[in-house]
Design a binder for this molecule. Structure first.
Ligand code: ZN
Length: 537
C-alpha cells in the first residue's frame, strides 16, 4: 500500500509507519462532538458524563478543607496525591458497603473501583496505600469532572487563580456554601478511627477501616443527611453570586433535573433505562405547548440529534461492510457508489413499508408514513439499527424528517441547526431530503452516504493526523490515488444511541433523594415532587 514518494501525487500524506499511532477514533464521523461541544454546554452547563455521584462533591470539598487545615502540603501536586490516595481509601468503604443501595460490586461512578475491588477481594487483612487512578494527576477529582463542576458551582478556585490578591498554589474552597458542605461532611466522619489516625498518613490500611466511615459518609446515604443534601441541591440549582450568567446556568441545571424527574414521574422505567428516558422526554417535548414545553423541547431536540446520529451510524457501518467486500486494489469511487446504490435498489422492506429503490422519495415517504404511523421514534431507530442497511438508515431519516417538520421553533432550530465544517447539521440534512422528493430513493441513499459518511470521515481523520503527536491514524477508509481503500471497522451503530449526560442525571438525581428505586424502575419522592412543582417555563 505504501508507494515510493516519487509515485505519490502532490499533497498525499507521507509518514513513516513506526511513528504513527493506529487508533479507532472515538467519534469517526464528528457527530458526538456536536452534542458534547455545542449542545450540552448550552442546556446543561458545567456538567460532564462522568460526574455521576452527587456526594463526591461533598467528599472533595471535605478533602480540600482537610488538606488545607492540616497543612498536608503546599502544592497542587501534593494535593493531587492526597486526593488520589484518599479516593482509594473511600472506595474500599463504598465497595464493602453492601448494606447500602448501589454500593458494593454494583456501585457505579466510584473513583478507583478496580484497585479497591482488588484489595477488598484479596482476602488480605490490610492494604498498602495507593492512588485510585494512577494515570491521572488528581484522580477521579479531575478525571471524572468533579473539579470542573465545583468551579462551575462557585465552590472552589483552582491553583494558579488569584483570590484576594494572592495566587493559589493549590485548589481551595472559596465560599461559605463550600465551607458549610465540607464541615457537614466532616461532622459525619470526624469520630472515626480513619479520620483521627489514618487520613493523610502513609501506613497500611486495615481492610475494614473504612466501614465506620461509610456508615455515615457513603455515597448512597446523602438523602438521609438532609442538611448536606439541601446545601448541595441549593449549590447546584441556585446562583452563588450576583452575576446574571450564574442565575441562568443554575436554572438550566435545575431544568435538566426536572426534565428527568418529569420523565420518571410519567414512566418509572425512565429512571434506569436510557431508551425509556429518551422515549419519555421525546414524548414530553413533542406534546402540545402548555407553557412548560420549552424545557422539554431543548432536551427532545438533543434526543432528535442523537437519533439522527444513530441513523448515520448505521449507514457508516453498512458502508464499511460493503467497502470490505471490494477489490484488492481498492474501489474506484463510481463503483463504490454503484454498490451503495445497488444495496438500496429493487424491492425493499424497511420499517414495515415496501419501497422500490427506483421510485421517488415521495412515494417512499407515503409508504413509510403509513407503516410507521404508530411507531415512537425510539422504536424506529431501534428497528433501523437491527436492520443495519443504508436503505433502512435513509428510511429512518425520512420518518425523522417528517416527525420534525412540525418543530421549527427556537429550541429545535438552535439545536438541530448545529453542525461543523466536516459534518452537516440535522436541519440541513433533513431539509435537503424534503427538497429531493422527486429523486430516486437509491440515488439519495448514495448521496447521503457520500456526504454524511465518506467525506466527513476522511476530513476528520486527516485532521487527526495533525492534532496528535505522534500522528493518529484513525482512517477506516481513505482515498489513495483516486481509489478508496477500506481498512477496518468498529461498529459504532451498536454503541447505544447517544445519551449524553443522561446516566449522570439519573444517578445524580437519585443520590439527591429526588427519586428512589421502585418496582420496574424508579419513583419520584416527595422532595422530587416538590421540585417538579417549581417547574416553570
Ligand atoms: Zn453505600
Amino acid at each position: 500500500m505504501v508507494a515510493s514518494p516519487a509515485d505519490l501525487p502532490p499533497g498525499f500524506p507521507q509518514w513513516n509507519e513506526q511513528d504513527v499511532e493506529y487508533k479507532d477514533g472515538r467519534d469517526p464521523l464528528g457527530l458526538d462532538t456536536i452534542s458534547v461541544d455545542q449542545i450540552l454546554p448550552r442546556i446543561l452547563p458545567g456538567w460532564v458524563a462522568n460526574t455521576r455521584r452527587t456526594r463526591y462533591l461533598s467528599f472533595y470539598l471535605f478533602l480540600l478543607q482537610e488538606f488545607h487545615e492540616r497543612g498536608l502540603g503546599t502544592s497542587q501536586t501534593e494535593l493531587g496525591n492526597f486526593i488520589r490516595h484518599t479516593e482509594f481509601e473511600f472506595a474500599l468503604g463504598v465497595l464493602r458497603h453492601e448494606a447500602g443501595n448501589h454500593c458494593g460490586r454494583g456501585a457505579v461512578g466510584v473513583a478507583g473501583f478496580n484497585r479497591a475491588w482488588g484489595a477488598v477481594t484479596s482476602g488480605a487483612p490490610a492494604t498498602p496505600r495507593t492512588a485510585a487512578i494512577p494515570s491521572s494527576a488528581s484522580g477521579g477529582y479531575g478525571q471524572f469532572g468533579y473539579r470542573g463542576v465545583l468551579v462551575e458551582l462557585g465552590l472552589i478556585a483552582l491553583s494558579g487563580e488569584q483570590v484576594n490578591g494572592s495566587t493559589l498554589s493549590y485548589d481551595r474552597l472559596i465560599s461559605d456554601r463550600a465551607r458549610a458542605i465540607a464541615s457537614r461532611y466532616r461532622s459525619d466522619v470526624a469520630s472515626t478511627t480513619w479520620y483521627r489516625d489514618y487520613l493523610g498518613g502513609d501506613h497500611d490500611l486495615p481492610i475494614g477501616i473504612m466501614d465506620e466511615v461509610v456508615d455515615a459518609g457513603c455515597l448512597c446515604l446523602l438523602p438521609q443527611h438532609t442538611a448536606e443534601r439541601d446545601a448541595l441541591l441549593t449549590a447546584i440549582t441556585t446562583p452563588g453570586g450576583e452575576h446574571p450568567t450564574e442565575a441562568s446556568r443554575s436554572a438550566r441545571r435545575k431544568h435538566a433535573m426536572t426534565v428527568v424527574l418529569s420523565a420518571i414521574a410519567q414512566n418509572p422505567r425512565a429512571a434506569t433505562e436510557l431508551g425509556e428516558l429518551r422515549r419519555t422526554i421525546w414524548s414530553l417535548g413533542t406534546a402540545k405547548p402548555d407553557g412548560r414545553v420549552t424545557v422539554f423541547e431543548d432536551w427532545a431536540a438533543l434526543i432528535a440529534k442523537e437519533y439522527y446520529a444513530a441513523l448515520v451510524g448505521v449507514a457508516w457501518h453498512h458502508l464499511n461492510t460493503i467497502g470490505q467486500t471490494g477489490p484488492h486494489d481498492g474501489w474506484a469511487q463510481p463503483a463504490l457508489f454503484d454498490a451503495v446504490r445497488l444495496s438500496a435498489s429493487g424491492k425493499l422492506s424497511c420499517l414495515g413499508a415496501t419501497i422500490h429503490g427506483a421510485d421517488s422519495l415521495t412515494s417512499a415517504t407515503y409508504a413509510l408514513t403509513v407503516a410507521t404511523e404508530e411507531m415512537h421514534p425510539e422504536d424506529v431507530i431501534q428497528e433501523v439499527r437491527k436492520d443495519g442497511r443504508i436503505a433502512a438508515s435513509l428510511a429512518g431519516m425520512m420518518v425523522l424528517a417528517q416527525r420534525l417538520a412540525a418543530y421549527d421553533g427556537p429550541p429545535w432550530s438552535e439545536t438541530l441547526g448545529l453542525g461543523t465544517r466536516a459534518q452537516s447539521s440535522v436541519a440541513r440534512t433533513l431539509r435537503r431530503l424534503r427538497e429531493e422528493d422527486h429523486r430516486p430513493f437509491c440515488d439519495v441513499a448514495a448521496r447521503l452516504t457520500d456526504e454524511l459518511v465518506l467525506r466527513p470521515h476522511e476530513a476528520l481523520a486527516t485532521a487527526k493526523l495533525g492534532w496528535y503527536n505522534p500522528p493518529m491514524h484513525s482512517f477506516r477508509f481513505r482515498h489513495e490515488r483516486g481509489r478508496v481503500y477500506f481498512f477496518r471497522d468498529r461498529d459504532i451503530s451498536d454503541r447505544g444511541v447517544g445519551a449524553p449526560r443522561f446516566s449522570a442525571l439519573q444517578t445524580m438525581t437519585r443520590d439527591l433523594g429526588l427519586w428512589r428505586d421502585a418496582d420496574g424502575g424508579g419513583q419520584v419522592t416527595a422532595d422530587g415532587a416538590h421540585m417538579l412543582q417549581g417547574l416553570v417555563a
